[in-house]
Design a protein. Sequence first.
Length: 425
Amino acid sequence: MTAQPTPITDHNPHPSPPRDGPTVLKCKSTADFLAALPFVTGYTAENSIFIVLFRGSRAGNVLRFDLPPEERHDDGAPLIDAIEGILDDTGAGQASPAIVLTTSERFSDRRRAPRLRFARRIQRRFRARGWTLRELAVIAADGWSGLLDQTDPAPRALSEIVQAQRAVEARTTRAVPASLSVLGEIPAADPARAAAVAAKLWELAGHANSGHANGGRASERTATHEWLPGVARVAETCFERAGDLRSNAASPGVHRAGADRVDPRVLARLIDATTRPDRWLALALTAVTRARFVISLIDDFDEDPLTGVAVHESENSTGWSLRNVLLLLSQEPVEPHKLARAITALEDAAAHAPETRRVGVLAMLAWLWWLRGLQSVAHRLITQALDHEPGDSEAHAIAHLISELIEEPPAAHVLQLQEQFSAAA
């Protein structure tokens, strides 16, 4: 039997609380629960299966999978197998999760609730494992229904959910989160700013070519102590500025243009650093730690720590590789605000980078969204990166590496679930 690929999993191990602290949303009905779900996940999504994990009576992590096409002969069995495996490995199945199916199908197009057969198959699998479901519901295009205790569930009006969501908005002053389909979208560029960035990149390329002419390979293998402080400080400047803009924006997804953004000269240096494995790694380390720590690597290692770092270990006799370090980083959770500010900065860079210099930026965005827990957004971004012409072989090698890494969820997220539910047991 051919092994089934691991399905893409989106989850929210570290949902960002509102600035005035977390709000407890008490759900007295299924409609209340469905209304609260986007505020727990941080996004909405059609044609999905959401699995809400609980600690006692309080909802925590949420897993999301693409809902399989109904016409498939296996009726989604591989996905149900994968879900069972995750809940079994982590112990979350014993904590009575809740399941919500969202679909663009309609009650009016059939004699039964959309995806009822798939839902019943999940129920039977849970029963066979001795697991109980806290909730099982479907939200369709023209209605919703609780499926847990109804043999032939009838549709109920979507207005019930909308009214409950308005109540949540009134209590939390938070709008219903955006659709998953728009997360990770690159914002529109400011043409004047893009031109300024391109001019600075041309200038940087001229300096590199001058280095080749005057000193052979000086621009390719400059010692770490000469370039690392500059790269780390450029990255931190961009990330901190992005963090300030996010804090002042009405919505976390707002992107501003003009004088309050990072200087084009600094942004160009950030873009330029994403085209080489050693600089790319320095940016990645700065994103998840801080510049001072990254610069300290110079003093912590007897040998030059990052210069000449290869994408894969087989390409580097020292044993250092981008792949090895990124795998190590994926084993530790990253503070959500660090990921958020780095994503905002890199989205700005991707918007204003010339097409030929965008691959490394998109690869880093994919990696950051993957660490954030949104594997589907990471896949969307890495596809964009690999669709670009392979003008920069090193940047494309990095993109291919990221494409391989994001096939599985980050190790830190899996370990967190295992620790959470083993402690509860």
